[in-house]
Design a protein around this ligand. Structure first.
Ligand SMILES: Cc1cc2nc3c(=O)[nH]c(=O)nc-3n(C[C@H](O)[C@H](O)[C@H](O)COP(=O)(O)OP(=O)(O)OC[C@H]3O[C@@H](n4cnc5c(N)ncnc54)[C@H](O)[C@@H]3O)c2cc1C
Length: 381
């Protein structure tokens, strides 16, 4: 412990995982514990808000939630670039100085690498970063119709239902503008079905695509774009002509994770029950791990809760905390103001099991409350 004798918890990344973790620690300990939450950004954006901004349902300003608003006993937010992580010493070097931790939690998410898909930056638009999605809003507003291809470059990718949501919302967007008849929409992704762990959800999505005349192309990854000919070239050599290409880029662990030697086969390995890394007192949660659940906020949040419980149990001397159960609830926009729910559990060594809640305005209301609840708990809003 540090000189103050308060446990020093350093949380890297203020996304879904980091925010959930510090909210739980503050609720349990107040300022009994010294929690530093470090992120390069000064604000948080929900993943689903990217689509809201793209399709004009929310402004970028409404989607940004400032970390300066977080007032939680025991927690201080530090805006800084994290340059190096030393897991042996539990020391982190940042643009705001060094931080020593008794418990270190890495929640740095996934980095988008559009340059890994030649032609994507020149000939298309990625919509998986905040800047990319916010810029697509203007691109869509200026679009006059034609063939829109939504394409995924590789697996794993965040929120597997998001490309399917994108084509369904695009259908509504083009319909409302009187552009649907002169447009085609194609979704290409390197998966057999839209959401493989949830067969009922996949069937419902395929039925919705078919009802709206959206082409779904399974088992296809976009290798590169040829901006001069306006074609997307797939991994099997097939070509898809496009007027507008919206892409999901290759995902990688953040550079600092790779250069600090924490990644194995691309991501941080953790114990699937405890989220501990191979280093004592060092945990990793969310998209930066290879824990075996999808890269989605709902799972990052569930993992953060397990780590929070472990820290609370160890400080209170209460023995072991419950193991991570692999459960997450994902909300899926179907267009026409309806949202579906997928409640899925990835048990260790077992096939995923899940319950599908058909698209409805009621589930849409639950999704809205999910967002409001996080804002209340994380930001006190
Ligand atoms: C279009 C889209 C729609 C989505 N919809 C949903 C949805 O409906 N439901 C859902 O559950 N999930 C959804 N997601 C996925 C969700 O956003 C992510 O899976 C989730 O945010 C992961 O949480 P995390 O804590 O692991 O990482 P993140 O939330 O990505 O947080 C990582 C943080 O680390 C910071 N960081 C990284 N490197 C550094 C560094 N070197 N120095 C300082 N800071 C750094 C980043 O700034 C970031 O704030 C969606 C994603 C997209 C792209």
């Amino acid at each position: 412990m540090g000189a103050t004798d308060r446990l020093r918890v350093v949380v890297l990344g203020a996304g879904f995982g980091g925010l959930e973790l510090v909210a739980r620690l503050s609720a349990a300990f107040g300022d009994e514990v010294d929690v530093a939450l470090i992120d390069r950004s000064d604000h948080f954006v929900f993943g689903f808000s990217k689509l809201d901004v793209m399709f004009g349902r929310q402004t970028a300003a409404q989607a940004r939630h400032r970390y300066a608003a977080i007032v939680k006993p025991g927690v201080r937010f530090v805006q800084a670039e994290i340059d190096r992580i030393d897991p042996d010493a539990r020391r982190v070097s940042t643009s705001a100085g060094d931080f020593d931790a008794d418990v270190l939690v890495i929640a740095l998410g996934a980095r988008m690498d559009p340059a890994a898909t030649p032609g994507l930056t020149e000939g298309g638009h990625e919509f998986y970063t905040n800047d990319g999605a916010f810029a697509v809003r203007d691109v869509l507003a200026a679009f006059t119709g034609g063939h829109v291809v939504v394409g995924v470059a590789s697996t794993p990718f965040k929120c597997p239902p998001a490309p399917s949501e994108t084509v369904l919302l695009l259908h509504d967007f083009l319909t409302e503008r009187g552009l649907r008849e002169q447009s085609q929409i194609t979704l290409v992704m390197p998966l057999p079905t839209p959401v493989p762990p949830a067969p009922t959800a996949s069937q419902a999505l395929l039925a919705a695509f078919s009802a709206r005349g959206i082409t779904f192309r399974a088992h296809g990854a976009v290798r590169r774009l040829d901006p001069d000919r306006q074609v997307a070239i797939l991994d099997d050599g097939d070509e898809l002509a496009y007027d507008l290409f919206l892409g999901v880029p290759v995902h990688r662990a953040p550079q600092v994770v790779v250069s600090s030697g924490l990644a194995v086969d691309g991501w941080i390995p953790v114990d699937p029950g405890t989220l501990q890394t191979q280093w004592p007192g060092v945990y990793a949660v969310g998209d930066v791990t290879s824990v075996g659940t999808p890269k989605a906020g709902a799972f990052a949040e569930g993992q953060a809760a397990v780590v929070a419980d472990a820290i609370i149990a160890s400080v209170r001397g209460q023995g072991d905390a419950a193991a991570y159960g692999g459960r997450g609830i994902c909300y899926v926009e179907f267009g026409h103001d309806a949202v579906a729910g997928i409640d899925v559990t990835f048990g260790a060594g077992q096939p995923p099991t899940g319950v599908f809640d058909a698209p409805s305005p009621e589930v849409a209301a639950r999704k809205a409350e999910f967002g409001r609840d996080r804002l209340r708990r994380w930001f006190g809003a």
